[in-house]
Design a protein around this ligand. Structure first.
Ligand SMILES: C[S@@+](CC[C@H](N)C(=O)[O-])C[C@H]1O[C@@H](n2cnc3c(N)ncnc32)[C@H](O)[C@@H]1O
Length: 216
């Protein structure tokens, strides 16, 4: 789906996703000190707005301007502010300062575009920053509920760890992968509760200026 397709999807007063922040974002961010946060592919802003409500200084990026308008509206209704940028995650140039937290949730792209968006996400990390990538797992296609029904738009934690390694090399930064795993989410459906299978990868960028001379 291109930006026009997403904009058409967002052309409704209701939120097409839930208003609730993603449960894994909530648990992963719990131990972090609020600072600057980027929500790449923020959609209607449920996660960005939740982060802002926790004290983060949030920037939301999405290529669907209609989604961003809804995000902005949600922020105003929630009494918080954010910076909203219409841009393509596969080629956006992030501000050089970097963000303390980069979150990318359910951006389901084919491999070559996924690699580019992950490179963008890594390029946006500040030294000591955290990146959190959550998406529908490849296994969801056969064992789970919802999500894209095309394997090309699904991924494994291993795919994402490989993409992070490629971005690390290309951008000359050092990352430590802290979590890479399958996570299950219960979804309430008209037919009762079902399980959606997600993948979660979390990494931290090493601040190489803090490494002692001779350290490897
Ligand atoms: C499934 S929604 C997820 C939205 C949000 N992250 C969430 O969890 O509620 C996917 C979002 O990715 C955006 N998107 C898809 N491809 C994109 C791209 N190349 N650059 C920026 N945004 C993109 C869509 O516009 C859509 O808002």
């Amino acid at each position: 789906m291109d930006a026009n397709d997403w904009n058409s999807r967002y052309e409704t007063d209701e939120l097409i996703w839930t208003i609730e922040a993603n449960q894994f974002l909530v648990s992963e961010v719990a131990g972090l000190q609020p600072g600057t946060a980027l929500d790449l592919a923020c959609g209607e802003g449920r996660n960005a707005v939740w982060l802002a409500m926790q004290g983060w200084d949030v920037t939301g990026v999405d290529f669907a301007s209609v989604g961003l308008l809804k995000a902005q509206r949600l922020a105003i209704e929630s009494g918080v502010t954010g910076t909203w940028i219409t841009a393509d995650a596969t080629d956006w140039t992030a501000p050089t300062d970097g963000f303390d937290l980069v979150a990318m949730l359910y951006l389901q792209l084919p491999a070559s575009e996924r690699q580019k968006s992950i490179r963008t996400a890594v390029s946006a990390m500040a030294p000591d920053g955290t990146i959190l990538i959550i998406a529908h797992h490849l296994l969801n296609l056969i064992e789970g509920y919802g999500g894209p029904q095309d394997a090309n738009f699904l991924m494994t934690p291993e795919d994402v760890v490989d993409d992070l390694a490629a971005a690390e090399l290309g951008l000359d930064v050092e990352l430590v992968v802290e979590r890479n795993e399958r996570v299950d989410r219960v979804v309430q459906t008209p037919d009762g509760p079902r399980t959606a299978i997600d993948m979660l990868v979390r990494a931290r960028r090493i601040d190489t200026t803090k490494l002692s001379p001779g350290a490897v």
